[in-house]
Design a protein around this ligand. Structure first.
Ligand code: GAR
Length: 196
């Protein structure tokens, strides 16, 4: 049976686009709904234009009450009977209470070679550290931030004249290759690591 995928975005949603565009033909999954905490997220407008269902759950009225925010997300998602959630630039931390029922079925993409550089500002931190290789990871989401079994990684070289922005752009190109490759394999029931 075709797997039903929900994709969470907070911003431009370029990774979400890459996932949606790959979920055609013999892919075992289809994009069912795109959810954002931000009504102005570019990704939401794009998904709507594609005819994909969208849901917006603004975190701000919850004033830091994460369980209440997550209960609202749960309610918004309930009608879609999702099999898999893909976090794709979703910039809210999810609590253990939300993650637990999805463990093993929720993926995230992170712009570093995990377990290095969890959290924010990964590109600047790589440059500060003087690393010669950087990249991105797709992993299963657990309650710990940017943790959980790694399903795929892609590398890029760090160049002498890189800035955080040039490095981010180079990593993003790889993100757009890696996330669809991992989801394609994962949706087909294969959790072997993808390396690009
Ligand atoms: C991507 O680089 C993604 O890896 C990163 O945000 C960007 C979203 O871009 N995610 C995180 O930093 C999560 N901690 P996009 O909206 O164009 O896909």
């Amino acid at each position: 049976m075709t797997k039903r995928v929900g994709i969470f975005v907070s911003g431009g949603g370029s990774n979400m686009r890459a996932l949606v565009e790959d979920m055609t033909g013999d892919h075992a999954a289809r994009a069912t709904v795109v959810l954002s905490n931000n009504a102005d997220a570019g990704g939401i407008a794009w998904a709507r234009d594609q005819g994909i269902a969208t849901e917006v759950v603004d975190h701000r009225p919850f004033k830091g009450d994460r369980p209440a925010f997550e209960a609202a997300i749960d309610a918004a998602l309930a009608p879609y009977n999702l099999d898999i959630i893909c976090l794709a630039g979703f910039m809210r931390v999810l609590t253990a209470g939300f993650v637990a029922p999805w463990q093993g079925r929720m993926l995230n993409i992170h712009p570093s070679l995990l377990p290095k550089y969890k959290g924010l500002h990964t590109h600047a931190r790589v440059l500060e550290a003087g690393d010669s290789v950087h990249g991105c990871s797709v992993h299963l989401v657990t309650a710990a931030l940017d943790d959980g079994p790694i399903l795929g990684q892609a590398t890029v070289p760090v160049l002498d004249d890189d800035t955080p922005d040039t490095l981010a752009a180079r990593v993003l190109v790889q993100e757009h290759r890696l996330y669809p490759a991992v989801l394609r394999r994962f949706a087909a029931g294969d959790s072997r690591m993808v390396t690009l």
